[in-house]
Design a protein around this ligand. Structure first.
Ligand code: NAD
Length: 406
């Protein structure tokens, strides 16, 4: 593979272009908005300039990479490419119309990938001629830095397409993990459950700083609330609303705290505050009285008296939420093996590498204790926890004989 097309010159499109050019391949970036195209080009320029200034890249190498990225307003630029990655707005109608156009322009054997994070791959790519070459390639932001690509298999995706996509990921120096097509795929599906536990801990008396610090001590690169502030709380808020509108909402209880923060204008770092407060241009997490008050009001509404929650419980509940959903993902065949789930969480979500990943971590725990904790949780919240599914997954994937005496 030598040449790839990218639709969308936004955050993801430009990051993907940088990754492609950095691997010695050519990228054609197309955007329907001339302003967006100019912004994308400027963002790419700025990245190369800063890499040269910081001594990360020689001027010659930066020039060579820049020369491998072309910009255009029209997908007819894609006539010779072997792969197109669509990174336009997260909107089914927009994406479907992009794929309709692509079907008429690109070669019949060119791979057609969507970078959607929350839409159904088959709904996005449905209708393209030769649907066996259509798939999801879910990059993570910033795409020129983050190692993970979830390679999402659609209903018609062929094994050749999967193989070629894995080879492409490797060529970019990234880790491609094959996953099934479901809401959130592997990573974001587990993230929703992990965050859900973290948010319920706030209702019960924990603070964002306590939860983040406990999980960072466990080894996470960043705690869940700091990550939410960085990514923007509106992302999860909007996908929750869309999921509910599609009748595809989750069936377990979720805290309203993140919704209330969004509705009060606290979207995270980009608005100067979310769970924390940030001084302009700085990333240091400062405590936010407005957030503390909002959490306190929500506790009052729920009739909850704040309790002291040990750090061990913070870590236990959040990691068990990952294990619980990871087991369901294995049972459904959305991931083929626990190591794939572990790779997604290590390379895409900052799970501590030394612990292997959520499933390897589960296998390292005392099995009897793990299952008995899950059963206790399940008794009070059976819509969320499922000890039997975890038990079956661990039995199958880590049988006692292979794991030694447990
Ligand atoms: P963005 O808004 O920064 O960029 C989208 C770009 O697509 C814009 O420049 C827009 O002008 C362009 N565009 C819209 N319709 C188009 C069309 N019909 N033809 C050509 N260009 C068109 O969005 P983003 O954050 O880069 O996200 C892009 C996609 O990647 C979305 O599907 C998003 O869900 C997904 N994604 C985003 C992230 C993230 O962290 N930002 C992570 C993973 C996946």
């Amino acid at each position: 593979m030598n040449e790839a097309g990218i639709v969308g010159a936004g955050t993801m499109g430009t990051g993907i272009a940088l990754a492609i050019a950095g691997a010695g391949l050519s990228a054609h970036v197309v955007d329907s908005s001339p302003e967006a195209l100019a912004r994308g080009r400027a963002a790419i320029e700025a990245t190369y300039r800063s890499s040269v200034e910081r001594g990360k890249l020689s001027r010659d190498e930066a020039d060579a990479r820049r020369a491998r990225i072309a910009f255009s307003g029209d997908v007819s630029a894609f006539s010779g490419v072997e792969l197109v990655i669509e990174a336009a707005f997260e909107d089914l109608t927009v994406k479907r119309s992009v794929f309709e156009k692509l079907g008429n322009v690109v070669r019949a054997n060119a791979l057609l990938a969507t970078n959607t994070s929350s839409l159904d791959i088959d709904a996005v790519t449905g209708g393209v001629p030769h649907p066996e070459r259509a798939l999801g390639m879910h990059f993570f932001s910033p795409a020129n830095v983050m190692k993970l690509i979830e390679i999402v298999r659609g209903a018609h995706t062929s094994d050749d397409t999967i193989r070629a996509s894995l080879a492409f990921a490797e060529r970019l120096g990234k880790v491609g993990v094959v996953v099934g097509n479901c809401d959130g795929f592997v990573g974001n599906r587990m993230l929703l459950r992990y965050r859900r536990e973290a948010e319920l801990l706030l209702e019960r008396g924990a603070t964002p700083a306590q939860v983040d610090a406990a999980l960072e001590r466990f080894g996470f690169a960043m705690g869940p609330f700091a990550v939410s502030d960085l990514a923007g709380l509106d992302i999860a808020y909007n996908s929750k609303r869309e999921r509910n509108a599609r009748g595809n909402g989750v069936r377990f209880r979720q805290s309203l705290i993140p919704d209330l923060l969004v509705e009060s204008g606290r979207l995270g770092q980009k608005t100067g505050g979310g769970y924390y407060r940030y001084e302009p241009g700085r990333r240091e997490r400062l405590s936010a009285a407005a957030t503390d008050e909002l959490i306190a009001a929500e506790r009052r509404r729920l009739g909850l008296v704040p309790a002291t929650i040990p750090d061990e419980e913070v870590v236990e509940r959040c990691t068990l939420a990952l294990i619980n959903e990871g087991a369901r993902i294995l049972a459904e065949g959305i991931a083929r093996r626990p190591a794939d789930i572990d790779a997604v969480w290590r390379y895409g979500y900052g799970f501590p590498a030394a612990r292997g990943g959520p499933m390897a971590y589960a296998a390292s725990l005392d099995r009897g204790e793990l299952l008995s904790r899950l059963r206790v949780f399940e008794q009070s919240d059976p819509a969320f926890w499922n000890a039997a599914v975890v038990e079956r997954a661990l039995e199958k994937e880590y049988p006692p004989s292979a794991a030694g005496s447990r």
